[in-house]
Design a protein. Structure first.
Length: 368
């Protein structure tokens, strides 16, 4: 071992050899108080039973664990510090940042960043929260998830933005509900059910003409399609043609020519535009007069002549509506609050005490 510069030992033991000045060659041990050197060069190990203190330690590559050469840290290149375990780089720090190659980062407190946090995946425990407010407690805007549910709370509102369309997929990645932004359309192959009103500033289109609970009969019925003479109605002018439900039970007294609706109990009652419950189900025209509980025949689609007490029609071709008078048809659309506006047909001819109409109730309606 060669020492350069000054040497001020407290005691030199064993056989000592001193060659020249300022070089000192000590094949034995140095013991005492303090020894100060400028440079120390060794061809073998340097060990100490106490601390070795230095302002700087210069190494060419790595500093290794005493009993495990695979655990080390050091310098693989300029401006690069590596931390290795089991012969693999776990953490590499360069002048551009730090990179964890494997394992987890665990913190008992917060992890914060003044820049972006970029990750392939972010995993949160059950009931974990991604918060967007300053309180960090998820009380305002947050996303919260459990195993089978995701909650998005936008406090006042949630914005969903996309250029072309927004799709909602099931667990098989099949879209059943889509908002098409370019065309302004909502497309779904599911039923849409509303406990309140559905309104539109434009036209409402429907492919089917029957809607609502009990819109279709619950019992087996006979259909006399396209029949005229088989229908016997008690009217001044007995004429009708169309589709008829025969043998239908009634829930109240009914006269021939009155407008009816069918409830979910399969019985027929007088239709009334004053409420949705009495006007949006399957509609029909009574073809005979009966008391409550007896059987009646009902025209559900066709042409029929109705006595004047149950219809108010003037101009030929005008639309006809469910009236606010139970069992009647009117040429004036209802206008009261909660009234239902539903077209049931059109006026095609009239005579003394009767009107002939096409009866084809619309499958859509408006509740005022």
């Amino acid at each position: 071992m060669a020492f350069t510069s000054s040497y001020t030992p407290g005691l030199i033991q064993q056989s000592e050899y001193i060659y020249g000045t300022p070089d000192v060659l000590l094949p034995g041990n140095i013991s005492g108080t303090t020894a100060t050197f400028t440079n120390v060069t060794a061809s073998a190990n340097i060990s100490a039973s106490a601390d070795i203190t230095s302002r700087f330690v210069f190494v060419d590559s790595y500093i290794k664990h005493n009993s495990n050469n695979n655990t080390l840290f050091g310098f693989s290149a300029a401006n690069t510090i590596d931390f290795n375990t089991n012969s693999a780089v776990r953490l590499r720090i360069t002048d551009t940042g730090a990179n964890f190659n494997s394992g987890h980062i665990t913190a008992s407190g917060n992890i914060s960043s003044s820049g972006n946090v970029i990750a392939s995946n972010v995993f949160l425990p059950s009931n974990g929260i991604i918060s967007f407010d300053d309180s960090l407690n998820g009380t305002d805007q947050f996303i919260k998830g459990v195993d089978n549910q995701l909650t998005i709370d936008g406090d006042n509102f949630v914005l969903v933005k996309s250029d072309k369309y927004t799709r909602f997929l099931d667990d098989s990645d099949v879209s059943h509900f889509e908002i098409q932004h370019e065309s302004g359309s909502i497309v779904t192959d599911y039923n849409i059910t509303a406990s309140a009103n559905i309104s539109a500033s434009g036209t409402v289109f429907a492919e089917k003409s029957l809607s609502g609970a009990g819109a279709l009969p619950n019992a087996t019925f006979a259909l006399a399609g396209g029949s005229t003479s088989a229908i016997n109605i008690s009217m001044a002018v007995s004429s009708s043609i169309g589709q008829v439900l025969t043998g239908q039970p009634t829930g109240e007294d009914i006269n021939a020519g009155q407008l009816l609706y069918q409830r979910s109990n399969n019985r027929w009652y007088l239709a009334d535009a004053d409420a949705t419950s009495t006007s949006i189900n399957l509609l029909g025209i009574a073809l005979n007069s009966v008391t409550a509980g007896n059987i009646i025949d009902v025209l559900i689609d066709g042409v029929v002549t109705i006595l004047s007490p149950y219809i108010n029609a003037l101009a030929i071709g005008e639309p006809l509506y469910v009236d606010t008078t139970a069992g009647s048809i009117t040429n004036t659309a209802p206008s009261g609050e909660n009234d239902v506006v539903r077209i049931v047909g059109h006026h095609i001819s009239s005579g003394t005490g009767f009107n002939t109409i096409t009866f084809k109730p619309d499958g859509t309606w408006i509740e005022l």
